[in-house]
Ligand binder design. Structure first.
Ligand code: XBP
Ligand code: MG
Length: 231
């Protein structure tokens, strides 16, 4: 069996619980600012998370719940605007300290750094959101430990498509067998497995009870494991 040489971390739900009090709130702020009577409550947002990607999520919602609005010729441009505004709101919330890393994440990253493992980020969200989260929650040494960033704007097909993980493997110059992906959601798990990468699932709030049968291992929290244990 190939030795473990890198960890690839998903962001939303994995590094931090960003969805319920981060992205969701930021989407609602953007809807309100654009005078749209749309509001995603916490329960509804769980269902909406089946669609990966904020832009795609707004489109899917508008298509099903507001087909007339969606039929407008400017709908695509308005969705782009809403999504950009949502990301600005999200970054503000992150900077204001509303989002924290999940317990045990820092410890695992520190163990990986001490063992000279490579570290990467593989996420559907945009780079600006990732940079804001890392700046608000990690010291410089920890942030600099990440050498590969595959973010949503770099791929043509988002999770569960394996494109993001395949790109990360190329940039790490490592075979899939030397890498472990860490994910919180079915979309993330399926993206990693479709790229041939082993996957540890640490379900986030919204995905507790989801089907993770394809996972190589599932744990409730990062505090339930160590790097040695994962090897
Ligand atoms: C999470 C997502 C993202 C976020 C919102 O992906 O699906 O769409 O909900 O971020 P991952 P954007 O867990 O792979 O990070 O609006 O920037 O897409
Ligand atoms: Mg995730």
């Amino acid at each position: 069996m190939c030795a473990l040489k890198a960890l690839l971390f998903d962001v939303d739900g994995t590094l931090a619980e960003t969805e319920r009090n981060g992205h969701r709130v930021a989407f609602n702020q953007a809807f309100k600012a654009q005078d749209l009577p749309w509001h995603w409550d916490t329960k509804q947002y769980g269902k909406l998370l089946e669609v990966a990607g904020g832009n795609e999520r707004i489109s899917a919602y508008a298509r099903s719940d507001h087909p007339q609005w969606m039929a407008h010729p400017d709908a695509t441009a308005r969705i782009d605007e809403l999504h950009a505004e949502k990301n600005n709101n999200y970054i503000e919330r992150v900077r204001a300290g509303h989002i924290h890393l999940r317990a045990g994440v820092v410890n695992l990253i520190q163990q990986a750094v001490a063992s000279k493992l490579k570290l990467g980020i593989v996420t559907t969200t945009y780079r600006g959101n990732v940079d804001a989260l890392l700046a608000a929650t990690m010291d410089e040494k920890l942030r600099k430990a990440f050498s590969v960033f595959v973010t949503g704007e770099r791929v043509t097909r988002k999770k569960p498509d394996p494109e993001c993980y395949e790109m990360a493997l190329r940039e790490l110059h490592l075979p899939a067998a030397a890498v472990l992906a860490i994910e919180d959601s079915p979309n993330g798990l399926h993206a990693a497995k479709a790229a041939g990468i082993r996957c540890l699932v640490v379900p986030s709030l919204y995905f507790r009870g989801a089907d993770f049968n394809a996972a190589d291992r599932t744990i409730d929290e990062f505090t339930d494991t160590t790097l040695e244990d994962l090897r």
